[in-house]
Each structure stands twice: as structure tokens, then as C-alpha cells.
Write a protein that binds this ligand. Structure first.
Ligand code: FES
Ligand SMILES: [Fe+2]
Length: 359
């Protein structure tokens, strides 16, 4: 008889050393969300963000291409830019070395006096990036495969589910600090075994749990379900677009998820791991041109007050439990037929998590 597969050992979620391994390895070798491209609308507009402990910035060039660089001057390492803004060239605040939007060194005070100074050999260090439905993702690994290889079909499916994606801009960002390891939060997101007991609004007013399933699609975990019968829905979903009566989400390993609520309402989850037992979850909500939308605002409030609030208590309790001497990792409930009451997506996640740490 085969033995059940057990959940990961508790130290994977509590040990600061393991978090350090993840920070240097996993976070620096996977596709991570940087910023929304609406922040980079014009030539020279830039936005800074942090990934795997590194400060980076994205900037739109004169050729309209977005590039991402490490936020560090190639002279004596001063930080180049902060926050968001717009600039025709990048000027270092320390000694005014000036870089083109392509990262090449353009000029610097008195550099011509240096014999053998080869200006053309100096360039900001560029990082791989991809715009994915208006979301800019970066990967610090210069040899990273394209997102399509990591997450096959996710882009084309999302384009189908959110046909107006090019017009969408952020309307609301909700920041949710959780006292738990990022993996506890991501695992909780990736199974609906806990939904009927803990998320009555979501289970009764948004999705139809008996049709819920999560399946791997490359390094994406794809959630699919039908929505509730129309009279039980908590809002009007008649968007006039196909798939308006479905709920779907694309979790892109390791820390981002696109969700499409019934009515083709795009929203996102973005985890930022702070240390071994703290993570911040950003819930992003979008509307056409970022204009006011009652439905989206209401959904954001409903979600914050129900599903998100309910999950905070679950994940924080789990984190406390993982430090208990009385905890021995239990068997995962893996139903061969999958479905809502099976933890097979957690099994996939824990395999990826373990590989990222143990190599
Ligand atoms: S460190 Fe940037 S110009 Fe000197
Ligand atoms: Fe949940």
C-alpha cells in the first residue's frame, strides 16, 4: 500500500536560514512582479521597486521599450532614482554622471580628463523583464526562460478572460500584512478545502464550490469554477463579454496571481515576503482607465471584509502552530478525482518549495 504524502516539515516555514536561502535563490530566479506599466506611460517615466532585496527601476526608452536596471550608479555605487517620476536622462545625485534611457553612460563631469576612459564600456546593469497584460515582471536570472515557458497559455487565456486588459489601470491597492511565512499564505490561497467552512460569502455568493478545481499548468496553478446561480450572486455580472459567468485564476509561481471574478473583473494577489514569519499581500483592483467603478470598489470591500479577513486568521493560526513542539506534519488529503476537497495543488506547491530550498 502506498503511504500518504505528508505536508512539509515545519522548519521550512519558520527557520530564518531557510528564508535566506529562498531570498538568494528562489526570489532571484523566478518571475516577480515589478510595477504596472501604466506607471511608465511616457518616454522617461520610471518606477522603482525591490525584488530579492535588490533595488531596481523600470524606465521607458525613446524607442518606447521598457527596460529594467539595478538601481545603482556604475561610478561609486550611489542609488540613482527613488519612487516614481519622469526624466529625459538618468542623473546620479552623487557626482552627476548621466545615463541614457538605454543605460549607456552619456556624460560625467570631467571624465574627459581621464586618459583611457572608455565611456562606451560603462552601462547600467540590465535585468530581464516582460510586460504581461500591462503588468511588468522581472527576473534577476539572466538565463531565465520566457514567461510563456514557465506559464504556458496563461497569457492567451487571460487575454480571452479580460479582453479589455489594455484599458485597465489600478483603481485600488489593498495592503494586507500577515504574521506568517509567505508559503503558508500561498498554500492557503491554493486550496479550497477550507472554503466551505471558512468563506461563506465566497462559497455561496461568488463561486460554485462543487465545480471548483485547481490544476497545474507548467509553473502556474490554474483555478477554475463556475459562478453561483445568478440570483445568489452578490453583484451584477453582465459584462457583455464571454466567460462572464465563470471564475478563474492563474497563480504564477511563486508570488503572484491573476484572478478574474465573474463579470470579467480582474484583480490580483501579490505577495511580498518580508522575513521568515511576515508577508504582505497586495490585493490589486482595476477599472477602465482607473476610473471610479462602484462594482469594483464594492467587490474590493466585500473581499477585504470577508475572504481576506477570514484568511488572515487562518494563516496566522497556522504559523503559530508550526512553531509548536506538538505539531507533526499531517497527511495531505489527495483525492484521485481532485476537486474542491482535495489538496493536490498544495502537493505541487510543496514540491516546488522543497526543490527551491533543497536543490
Ligand atoms: S556614484 Fe554616481 S556619479 Fe558618482
Ligand atoms: Fe481562503
Amino acid at each position: 500500500m502506498t503511504k500518504p504524502i505528508h505536508s512539509l516539515a515545519a522548519n521550512y516555514y519558520t527557520d530564518p536560514q531557510i528564508f535566506k536561502i529562498e531570498q538568494d535563490g528562489l526570489l532571484a530566479k523566478t518571475w516577480q512582479f515589478g510595477c504596472h506599466t501604466s506607471e511608465l506611460a511616457e518616454v522617461g517615466s520610471y518606477a522603482t521597486f525591490k525584488i530579492a532585496g535588490e533595488s531596481l527601476f523600470a524606465i521607458r526608452g525613446r524607442d518606447n521599450q521598457i527596460r529594467v536596471f539595478y538601481n545603482v550608479c556604475q561610478h561609486r555605487a550611489h542609488q540613482l532614482v527613488s519612487g516614481t517620476g519622469k526624466s529625459s536622462v538618468v542623473v546620479c545625485p552623487y557626482h552627476a554622471w548621466t545615463y541614457e534611457l538605454t543605460g549607456e553612460l552619456r556624460s560625467g563631469p570631467n571624465i574627459k580628463s581621464v586618459e583611457g576612459f572608455d565611456k562606451s564600456s560603462i552601462c547600467l546593469t540590465e535585468v530581464k523583464c516582460e510586460a504581461f497584460l500591462g503588468f511588468l515582471f522581472v527576473n534577476l536570472d539572466p538565463n531565465a526562460k520566457p514567461m510563456e515557458d514557465w506559464f504556458p497559455k496563461a497569457r492567451s487565456e487571460l487575454e480571452e478572460w479580460v479582453p479589455n486588459w489594455a484599458e485597465l489601470k489600478p483603481l485600488e491597492w489593498v495592503e494586507i500584512p500577515e504574521n506568517c511565512n509567505w508559503k503558508v499564505s500561498v498554500e492557503n490561497y491554493s486550496e479550497c478545502y477550507h472554503c466551505s467552512l471558512n468563506h461563506p460569502t465566497f462559497a455561496n455568493g461568488v463561486v460554485k464550490p462543487e465545480t471548483y478545481d485547481i490544476q497545474p499548468q507548467g509553473m502556474c496553478l490554474r483555478h477554475t469554477t463556475e459562478c453561483q446561480s445568478l440570483e445568489s450572486m452578490t453583484y451584477d455580472i453582465q459584462s457583455g463579454m464571454q466567460h462572464h459567468d465563470e471564475y478563474s485564476s492563474w497563480f504564477l509561481w511563486p508570488m503572484f496571481s491573476f484572478q478574474v471574478y465573474p463579470g470579467n473583473v480582474l484583480n490580483t494577489y501579490h505577495w511580498r515576503a518580508l522575513d521568515a514569519d511576515h508577508v504582505v499581500v497586495w490585493r490589486g483592483w482595476y477599472s477602465v482607465n482607473g476610473e471610479e467603478s462602484e462594482i469594483v470598489r464594492q467587490l474590493a470591500i466585500q473581499d477585504r471584509e470577508t475572504t481576506v479577513e477570514e484568511d488572515i486568521h487562518l494563516v496566522e493560526s497556522v504559523q503559530r502552530g508550526l512553531s509548536s513542539r506538538g505539531y507533526k506534519p499531517g497527511p495531505l488529503v489527495l483525492d484521485p478525482n481532485c476537486g474542491v476537497n482535495s489538496e493536490h495543488p498544495v502537493m505541487h506547491l510543496q514540491k516546488w518549495m522543497k526543490e527551491a530550498i533543497d536543490g
